[in-house]
Design a protein around this ligand. Structure first.
Ligand SMILES: Cc1cc2nc3c(=O)[nH]c(=O)nc-3n(C[C@H](O)[C@H](O)[C@H](O)COP(=O)(O)O)c2cc1C
Length: 178
């Protein structure tokens, strides 16, 4: 699969078979996440891989009761060492660390698609509850919950406006054809 085909065929998958995710695929997607760009190459992310059924149930409840998550065989929590980024970049560090994590998440989602897995980025979660369930230390932030598994359904492509509506040239509001 080439890069553009991967980007355009990736979907947020929310229905899974409960088969365990093979270890080589787990490492393939983690390596891809860890290959993302980061501010000053600080790679401020960490990944907590959860395949324990009970813990996944706790996570789904911490994600504002999105119980579809509990059917998945694996959840990857994306953590950030934001303090380290702030030590280098001051207040801007907070902004950078979120962007670093987001770049890692997108790489992870694309890698999951490339190795035939389904995945969904979940941002609706109660950080305190996730940290408590997984014994995450105070000096780490939870930036994303990624649900991963063998997809049991292929979701349709959601509708989007044509890209032209989102693009300006040389000044805000100026279209290519203006
Ligand atoms: C920051 C962020 C947070 C999201 N949070 C959730 C979520 O909590 N639950 C969920 O089911 N999907 C969540 N999604 C997935 C979006 O709903 C999905 O990307 C969007 O509907 C477009 O569909 P697609 O990913 O198939 O292109 C989130 C996506 C992003 C980028």
């Amino acid at each position: 699969m080439d890069a553009l085909e991967n980007i355009h065929s990736r979907r947020s998958v929310r229905h899974f078979f409960n088969y365990p995710v093979p270890t080589d695929k787990v490492y393939a997607i983690l390596e891809a996440a860890h290959a993302a760009p980061s501010s000053g190459n600080l790679d401020s992310w960490e990944f907590l891989v959860v395949d324990d059924e009970k813990k996944i149930l706790e996570i789904s409840s911490a994600c504002n009761t999105q119980f579809w998550i509990s059917d998945a065989p694996m959840v990857i929590i994306v953590l950030s060492d934001t303090d380290r980024v702030k030590r280098i970049y001051g207040n801007r560090g907070e902004f950078y660390s979120i962007q670093n994590s987001s770049a890692a998440v997108q790489n992870l989602l694309l890698a999951a698609n490339a190795v035939g897995l389904g995945a969904c980025w979940v941002g609706a979660f109660q950080e305190k509850e996730i940290k408590c369930a997984l014994e995450i230390p105070d000096n780490r932030d939870v930036h994303a919950v990624i649900v991963v598994g063998d997809k049991a359904a292929d979701p349709p492509k959601p509708k989007r406006k044509e890209v032209e509506y989102k693009c300006f040239f040389n000044k805000y509001g100026k279209r290519k054809t203006d």
